[in-house]
Design a protein. Structure first.
Ligand SMILES: NC(=O)c1ccc[n+]([C@@H]2O[C@H](COP(=O)([O-])OP(=O)(O)OC[C@H]3O[C@@H](n4cnc5c(N)ncnc54)[C@H](OP(=O)(O)O)[C@@H]3O)[C@@H](O)[C@H]2O)c1
Length: 288
């Protein structure tokens, strides 16, 4: 039986990996990209190049978008809205929940169905086990195309609200970028002390495996309970001060841990010194 044909618009590293995964699994793929030459290798592997965007949209019901952001989607699709009726746009470009909600309305206004996607893995993990993408939007359209979308990654459907997949994605990125930047910061301090990234790797892997702490504190945070029975914020302040001092002593810019310290000290100033550091959630939630 022929596998479902699919159109992919946007051939950056992610879109190219997606086309490759569809081709590997025997799905006929039509491709279009603003810079047409990015399709060359994929065409050599069996993809069909659409000469125009309208042809790309007309080719298949399921259209995967892999663009830098939603502004790029409007730039691209805005020129071919007549070809949108009946299309299911699986938009795997990342942006904000509000952008996703607006896009769902915009697509519906042009007779298309928008599915929001938030891809949690880098291009080399596309088509590999263990990868995952958040989806939200019209359930019926998602269910109709779930099997084909699952060629790319596992699918994690979060509900009908088109903003939800984008929200879960942004929550993921919030953690990802701050964790990655803290790793880079510690590497800068390590390097200033003659320690390489390779030397630090086992320590870095241990330090960023926060599963025990997340599981321990989750129930307490949802219950708004922050007892200082295991850790006290006053201890946390002293600990972060040590990080700032070590950074300075190493001749490295302390901006990152200094920002952390400032947040910890705000918690202290609001009387949470004897509570757990998790009481900082209230400090973080309040706009200064
Ligand atoms: N790469 C990753 O590791 C990763 C991981 C998870 C999620 N994502 C998300 O996946 C999406 C795609 O990622 P990527 O790395 O492939 O992004 P990218 O390198 O920014 O490529 C995006 C594609 O968007 C096109 N594009 C951008 N602005 C455009 C415009 N105004 N008009 C027409 N086309 C435009 C580019 O066309 P040209 O080729 O003509 O420039 C290119 O095909 C992004 O939203 C990203 O956040 C990426």
């Amino acid at each position: 039986m022929q596998k479902q044909p699919v159109t992919v618009i946007g051939l950056g590293p992610m879109g190219q990996a997606m086309v490759g995964a569809f081709l590997d699994q025997g799905h006929p793929v039509t491709v279009w990209n603003r810079t047409a030459s990015r399709a060359d290798d994929l065409v050599a592997r069996g993809a069909a190049r659409a000469d125009t965007l309208a042809q790309a949209l007309a080719a298949n019901e399921l259209v995967v978008l892999s663009l830098t952001d939603y502004a790029a989607m409007y730039d691209v699709l805005g020129s071919a809205t007549a070809a949108l009726p009946g299309r299911v746009l699986a938009n795997l470009s990342s942006d904000t929940p509000e952008q996703a909600r607006d896009a769902a309305q915009w697509a519906a206004g042009h007779g298309a169905t928008h599915l929001t996607g938030g891809v949690l893995v880098p291009p080399p993990a596309i088509g590999k086990p263990g990868s995952s993408t958040f989806y939200s939007g019209a359930r019926e359209a998602f269910e109709a195309h779930r099997e084909t979308l699952a060629v790319l990654t596992d699918t994690d459907y979060r509900g009908e609200d088109p903003g939800l997949a984008a929200l879960f994605y942004q929550l993921n990125m919030d953690m990802f970028w701050t964790c990655m930047l803290s790793w880079l910061h510690s590497l800068a301090v390590a390097r200033a002390n003659g320690i390489t990234a390779k030397d630090l790797l086992p320590t870095a892997i241990r330090a960023t495996d926060l599963r025990y702490f997340l599981e321990f504190y989750t129930g307490r945070i949802d219950a708004d309970e922050h007892p200082g029975d295991v850790d006290r914020l006053a201890m946390g302040v002293a600990s972060v001060e040590h990080v700032v001092h070590t950074t300075r002593d190493s001749g490295v810019d302390p901006a990152l841990p200094a920002t952390v310290l400032e947040i910890f000290r705000r918690g202290l100033a609001t009387g949470h010194g004897s509570d757990s550091f998790t009481s900082l959630i209230d400090v973080l939630a309040a706009r200064p």
